[in-house]
Design a protein around this ligand. Structure first.
Ligand code: SAM
Length: 258
């Protein structure tokens, strides 16, 4: 098995594949102006669809849910069917850095815990073209939440995610990428512990039982547990932050109109 197979085997039955919570998803949705009337959502890096279901249950939107892992999309489809929103959720197996969807066609572009795969700045810049006029982008991403922090955790996260930065620095990147900020908020620590690290700890022994003969599987689990342990020790210094943003409207001037 390669590392991606381990990731699938480990995470496909999980409620979420990253830090987050239904309450936070809903809080971010409600921060979008006129959210009740949103008709089209592009959910990028949807995983097995925890946030997709919240979006589907609280809007009447058609949702295109994009991921590169077919197994995750199968789970998402099954969830959507169980929750009777399958008619409004379309799974799309493709990479979110080479999207084939129509530019300018989504009132809401959503990315929960996944922009880091593409890079924060690249994601903001590339995904902007898919937002319909007047629409919004909502992303959650890893941020430093204090001005100072211990070297050990700085070293770990700078290597794992070089674009980790303070909220102020991320807000500056957002503005430099041609957006204005509508709202932002930090997710509670329980979004990591209850919905991500505790489930990782709970699933690890069975995973080792099933796949532990492969040293790569053991290494995969150890990496997850190390991250969870670091969060116990240093979680006060970083967190996931939701950003609700919209492209700055540009008025194009032609020489005729000058
Ligand atoms: C940390 S998980 C978050 C999943 C889900 N949004 C959640 O919060 O539970 C990141 C997701 O991004 C997906 N992903 C990674 N690279 C991708 C790419 N290039 N295109 C589309 N999805 C991608 C992964 O398969 C995974 O499902």
């Amino acid at each position: 098995m390669d590392p991606m197979d381990f990731a699938v085997a480990f995470h496909r039955d999980a409620y979420r594949q990253g830090p987050g919570s239904d309450e936070s998803t809903l809080q971010a949705l409600k921060a979008v102006p006129d959210w009740t009337g949103v008709k089209s959502i592009l959910d990028l890096g949807c995983g097995t669809g925890a946030q997709t279901m919240v979006l589907a249950m609280h809007t009447n939107a058609q949702i295109t849910a994009v991921d590169v892992l077919p197994e995750f999309l199968e789970e998402l489809e099954e969830r959507a069917r169980r929750m009777q929103v399958g008619g409004r959720v379309t799974p799309l197996l493709e990479s979110f850095d080479e999207l084939t969807v129509e530019p300018g066609s989504f009132e809401l572009v959503w990315s929960e815990g996944s922009i880091y795969h593409l890079g924060f700045t690249r994601g903001l810049e590339y995904w902007k073209q898919f937002i319909a006029p007047g629409g919004h982008l909502v992303v959650s991403d890893l941020c430093w939440t204090t001005d100072e922090r211990p070297a050990e955790i700085v070293e770990f996260w700078t290597e794992a995610y070089p674009e980790i930065a303070t909220v102020e620095q991320k807000l500056a990147v957002i503005e430099a990428s041609g957006y204005e900020v509508v709202d932002w908020f930090e997710l509670p620590q329980s979004a990591w512990t209850d919905n991500y690290y505790e489930p990782i700890r709970a699933r690890s022994p069975k995973f080792i039982e099933d796949y532990g003969k492969d040293p790569a599987a053991v290494e995969f689990v150890q990496m997850g547990l190390e991250e969870a342990n670091l969060f116990d020790r240093f979680g006060e210094f970083y967190g996931y932050v939701f950003f609700v943003v919209k492209p700055v409207s540009t008025v194009s001037l032609t020489t005729d109109s000058l």
